[in-house]
Write a protein that binds this ligand. Structure first.
Ligand SMILES: [Zn+2]
Length: 213
């Protein structure tokens, strides 16, 4: 007796094509969708999304008929990743001394900003710590009133750093990115949109996304 699989969510598996045809990894996700589509992941993997029940042969045809697009898109992604890596490599954080230097520089730039804006906003962060994240510039734990900042902020101009500091402090008042959050950003750091655009421009890459969150 056949039993139906109880799992109804998307299912992903790798698709095997001859290496000459497709010298890259292909993953196929069968999901609730009406058409086939694909995108390139940061590591160059081709991620195909297809409706449930699509046979492997159809997926293979789909991939093969888009070879040219895939090659161009993968090249662009790789280039973007290189730009991104090169950007972050400007601040070495390998040794203890690297970290000590970075921490000193951060303290001298960030702490006065924190103090100034916290006073202005009437908030009291319990602490700030640094973590070398490349996917985000900072984060905030409103419940603990702790702010976390990426040392890679040192690669940005001061007004862009300040925008991240204010962003995280505003999270002590509003945990989400709703209208009230933006109203407070407008009030406490009116040029936040320009700072955000400038920050994105500085480490621009087609795939890379670095956000203050
Ligand atoms: Zn945020």
């Amino acid at each position: 007796m056949q039993r139906e699989c109880p799992y109804k969510g998307p299912m992903t598996k790798m698709l095997n094509l001859e290496r000459e045809t497709a010298p890259f990894r292909i993953s196929v996700t069968r999901r609730r969708t009406s058409r086939m589509s694909m995108r390139i992941a940061k590591d160059g993997e081709v991620r195909v999304s297809v409706p449930y029940g699509t046979p492997d042969d159809e997926v293979k045809d789909f991939v093969c008929s888009h070879r040219e697009w895939i090659e161009k898109a993968r090249a662009k992604t790789a280039e973007g990743e290189q730009t991104r890596q090169a950007f972050f490599a400007q601040l070495p954080l390998k040794t203890r001394q690297d970290w000590d230097t970075a921490r000193q520089r951060l303290d001298s730039i960030v702490l006065p900003m924190l103090e100034h804006h916290a006073r202005e906003m009437g908030v009291e962060p319990a602490g700030v710590y640094y973590r070398a994240t490349i996917s985000r510039w900072g984060c905030c734990h409103p419940a603990r009133r702790v702010i976390c900042l990426s040392p890679y902020l040192l690669l940005l101009p001061e007004w862009c750093i300040e925008h991240v500091v204010v962003h995280e402090l505003v999270h002590l008042l509003v945990p989400n990115h709703g209208p009230r959050f933006h109203a407070l950003m407008d009030h406490y750091f009116p040029s936040w949109r320009e700072a955000r655009a400038e920050t994105k421009k500085i480490c621009r890459s087609p795939r890379g996304r670095v956000d203050a969150s």
